[in-house]
Design a protein around this ligand. Sequence first.
Ligand code: 8X3
Length: 251
Amino acid sequence: MSESTSSTESRVAVVTGASSGIGAATARALAAQGYHVILGARRVGRVEALAAEIGGTGRQLDVTDDESVARFVAGLDAVHVLVNNAGGAKGLDPVADADLDDWRWMWETNVLGTLRMIKSLLPALEASGDGLIVTITSTAALEPYDNGAGYTSAKHAQAVLHRTLRFELLGKPIRLTEIAPGMVETDFSLVRFDGDQDRADAVYADLTPLTAEDVAEVIGFVASRPPHVNLDQIVLKPRDQASARRNIRTG
Ligand code: 8X3
């Protein structure tokens, strides 16, 4: 096997937030490429079931908790791919009405959660000899929008943390890819609107959003490039969406 061929035999991939949506679809995509996938999520039953299906390993993981992260990474000596997917949005309120608990949750999960995972797994990523960090940010990491400051500020911060590593890790065998999706129909909006299904459905009504599989397929492409190819940033949106808040609804 030549050095530039990206063999995935016995390579290890870690996916956070792997119990549903983009995380679950990414775990499936990487397993299909031959990775042994370690799936992490708070809902351990779900990741264990999916792990059993794809020949991976499911472990409980709360990225907001130091001890949970330490338990999750224990024994992972060589990791080839880390997908920072855990995170999300809560609320859609003007800054004047900001709910501090919602902001705290968004910063804890998206920003500090990503930081905890990266800090914990950097030695294992380097030890693999060909590490890759994929961070799922959002189009919200590229542009602010009305009522979204809690989420857009967290996503901007998460993205800057990730992009800074591109400089700091130069010279080490670790690649970094930021994936910035627009509208993807998962339980993202259901969580954002605290379980209000009608409100969540309205976000994707009368247009064709991306699916979790659309995003996972791109991550699979990134992970299957040879070690010298670094895809720095990929922005993907539905054809019906031109910017964070500009889209076309045709019914
Ligand atoms: C989700 C995209 O437009 O709802 O990350 O902020 S958006």
